[in-house]
Design a protein around this ligand. Sequence first.
Ligand code: FRU
Length: 486
Amino acid sequence: MLNPKSYQEVNEEINNYYSIKEKNIWRNNFHIEAPFGLINDPNGLNYYDNKFHIFYQWNPFGCEHKTKHWALVTTTDFVNFTRPKVVLKPEDWFDKNGCYSGCGVVKGDDLKLYYTGNVRNSNNERESYQCIATYHKDGTLEKEGVIIQKQPDGYTAHFRDPYVFVKDEQDYMVLGVQTEGLKGKALIYNSRNSKEWKLLGELKTNMHDFGYMWECPNMIKLYEDKYVFVFSPQGLESEEFKYQNIYQSGYVIGNLDLEKVELRNHTEFKELDMGFDFYAPQVFKYEDKNILIGWIGMPDKDSEYPTSEKGWIYSLTLPRVLEYKDNVLYQKPFDKLGGLRQTQELQIENYVCDEYNLELNSKGKEIMLNLDMTKDAKLEIKLKFNDEYILLTYDKKAEVFIIDRTNMSLGGKGIRKFKLKAEEELKLHMFIDSSVIEIYYQDGLEVTTLMYFPKEEQLEIQIKNDYEIKIKELSMWNLRSVSYEE
Ligand code: FRU
């Protein structure tokens, strides 16, 4: 396949993009996105060489799911980033139709990148090869080729997204796969030298019939044999308060027995994000923290996002720290994000009113809102852009939170509903960017990510209730735009 541009032209286009100051109104200020083309899953996340390395799936040639490369940005603070650069190119026989998702593991001075080579053979059938490449501190990379040839017997060629974790000085790899009976599963491999991999077996769980494919698995240690298994199942049927997107991303927590290849006594699957636009998250370790970054987007829904007409599509979430408590994960904004705060524009405590209106003069904001909920309440928070709006409602008695995007004229519409308890107080922590809003609820027990494409820049937030509103705390910061330096 002939690429429409040379890599030199891609590099020139990247530099041109960052030298132009005027940006489209939907260009985000502090979310990672590509200057052009399509970005999807975060890959190879690592703290390596004293920098956060954030690789991601990138098609630099257009806004379609084609010609997937790995691009890289690095940062020490999530405020100053390096400009994206292409590091893995789909140029070899084993990855010619895409360098698909994977992970990174620090080995000595290098970062070993594991990924799936996607190939369409001469009969136009899918073939999947698990591959390895070595990334060096000086930014150079060598592909070392295939480490796992195709899928084992009993599985289809939907076999991808290697995630390597280390236990007792051995490497283990978890891979997403589809059985010949069309069930989503994960396989575990083991290696002592990162080159030769032995299949240990299919991960036993109690999710026997749980979608037709599991993408992007992650295996994360909490303590001893307690692990979180994060994955993105496809094919779950939607329910009133669950699984409302076309595909899901979530986790179960259990006791991992690698000898028996089993995740025992695991919790029920819980979605990581109840919003509209979140998929394929990856988790990495930094100091003693597990940090998650997800893709803000959704496969097979590209037509809902109007920015492709402007030459780019999708972004990545802010980094979230995972905290384990009472058998669930709480997600908290990574504390380095404090560096985005420019000025505090508002700080209110213990304020009672009938209705509260807040004018926002720009869309780079962080807002912390804590409302008293001691009385039964039907709360409404409207994010208004002139005559368009997104409506957030909370019914305390029913314990239901609803996000309604039907009154936006561009972009995906519909509602998302989820269960949320707020006995004493309702706490929302919002990050509002030009076309992305991430909201953390009740200290991160739930999170929602959504994209929105208002026609107007101006934004007003209206808070209403069926009785008075008691604001326990309302704080707002103006957030700076991140920079991308050469
Ligand atoms: C998830 C996914 C992965 C695959 C990659 C290709 O969004 O479908 O399973 O490796 O995207 O870009």
